[in-house]
Design a protein around this ligand. Sequence first.
Ligand SMILES: C[S@@+](CC[C@H](N)C(=O)[O-])C[C@H]1O[C@@H](n2cnc3c(N)ncnc32)[C@H](O)[C@@H]1O
Length: 291
Amino acid sequence: MNERYDHYDSWAWLYDETIGPCYGIEQFTVLERVLLPHLSPGAHLFDLCCGTGQLIRSLLKAGYQVTGLDGSEEMLVRARVNAPEADYILEDARKYREVGKYDAAFSTSASLNHIPTLADLRAVFANIFASLRNDGIFVFDLNHPEQMKKWWRDRPLEGTLNKDWAWMVTPSYQSEENKGQFRVTTARRSKNNPFFSAFLRPFKIALYKLLSRERFIGLRLKLIQGLAKIEPHWDHRQMEFSVTGHSLEDILKILKEVGFHQVDLQALDGKSDLDADHSAYFICRKENGGA
Ligand SMILES: C[S@@+](CC[C@H](N)C(=O)[O-])C[C@H]1O[C@@H](n2cnc3c(N)ncnc32)[C@H](O)[C@@H]1O
């Protein structure tokens, strides 16, 4: 396996403006509950698949030392701006290990669903196990097959729109193969602004502002689907990202195989049953002395 996973290069600019900040806030709250109470002040943390670094920024503020790894150079360009005091590694998660370096590791926002096979996922877990100090903790969340079967129905699920750009995500899942995709539709205003479109612009801006309210999500997604007709001069693109719905049983098995004998599995919010409405959250401990 010589490739580095760099697919997020194509929409790093948008991720940094939209999902990145939201996920950063949400995931910090989860780490405050499941991980941070177990760490010493100033502990060295490893953010596997760190994206645009918003979560790292909060952890630095809380006094931790953080190293982030991502396969996308463009995501790391943004991370270096958002959290410049951290260290960054441009590498594939399947290839990186530094023995005994970190007190804890985490991977958030279902990043590991991008790891295509169980053999690859096993390599990632083995790398993390080796890179942790004794007593180290590894936490990560994943979308699981039941959840994807229920929600990934080839219908637009979320999206935003403003005067300069729009985006929308449409996830789908084929349960027979445990494979999923999410299609990201983006549109960005270009500088080329003909007279007619300039004339209509104030009306469009008012409409987009109105539709950006949460309760208009249905109308907003419909409008984004037809945006190429309304904004023909914008730059319209579509990208597709592949994911795998690894079974929870398989994941527990390979975590144990690489040495994580103590694994707690819960719903992402820590309260609900682990059902089709909740992502799975794994809390794994490297026991003293290792495997
Ligand atoms: C959904 S984003 C999550 C980013 C960040 N953790 C967050 O919570 O916002 C997934 C990230 O995983 C990275 N990624 C996926 N597969 C990877 C791999 N095999 N090696 C390194 N990075 C990978 C992508 O480049 C992307 O930045």
